[in-house]
Design a protein around this ligand. Structure first.
Ligand code: C5P
Length: 215
């Protein structure tokens, strides 16, 4: 059983997917974290993001795993590092490279083959698991998404600027939706939930009800 949750940046996908996974006893696969981890690897190795030959070589040696919802890049825990501004600013460029997507989609399918899974990302319902039993497309207005991200980050960084966050979210959505390979689009059979005026629990319960109906 596969539940696919797609949607733009900051729509609450990971918070909601984690809660649904806990309730159902499924494994949760944060595919955005995988693209972030590989981006982190390229940035820390000072590899040019346009050097596809070098990137392909690094990809061959890259392993990404999850343990207790923490992410490991070649056995190194990079759970905090992948949330840096630098990774966020570059991840959409890296995730548009077809060779990167091929390898990470392979890993996503492999991890999900081990158990009932809930995956969140941009192309889960369209490309990674087009036959997923349940597909959700989560949205919210860009203002609300920026505000939620701001509330999350302000605890750690007092210098955070909400306008900057909004610009970054819009830029990433534009790149993710306009790329040639696996762009962010709603699968025709996905159920869209606009979370702008809903609490986390309301969204989680809606998805749990939908999951119950198809079980
Ligand atoms: O989900 P999150 O915002 O952490 O994702 C970071 C980036 O990873 C996205 O902006 C997108 O460029 C990329 N991504 C992707 N396909 C996925 C998940 C994430 O291209 N399935």
């Amino acid at each position: 059983m596969i539940i696919a949750i797609d949607g733009p940046a900051g729509a609450g996908k990971s918070t909601i997917a984690k809660k649904v996974a806990d309730s159902l006893g499924y494994i949760y696969i944060d595919t955005g974290a995988m693209y972030r981890a590989f981006t982190y690897e390229l940035l820390t190795s000072s590899i040019s993001l346009s050097d596809i030959e070098e990137i392909t070589k690094v990809l061959e040696k890259t392993d990404i795993e999850f343990k207790n919802n923490e992410i490991f890049l070649n056995n190194l825990n990079v759970t905090n590092e992948i949330r840096s501004k630098n990774v966020t600013a570059n991840v959409s460029v890296v995730s548009a490279i077809p060779q990167v997507r091929e390898k990470l989609v392979y890993l996503q399918r492999k991890i999900a083959s081990e158990s009932n899974s809930i995956l969140d990302g941009r192309d889960i319902g369209t490309v990674v698991f087009p036959d997923a039993e349940l597909k959700i497309f989560l949205t919210a207005s860009v203002k609300i998404r920026a505000l939620r991200r701001y509330n999350e980050l302000i605890a750690k960084d007092k210098n955070i600027d909400i306008n900057e966050i909004e610009i970054e979210i819009e830029k990433r959505d534009k790149l993710d939706s306009s790329r040639e390979t696996s762009p962010l689009i709603k699968a025709t059979d996905a159920i869209e939930i606009d979370t702008s005026n809903l609490s986390i629990d309301e969204v989680v319960n809606t998805i749990l009800k939908l999951a119950e109906e198809i079980c």
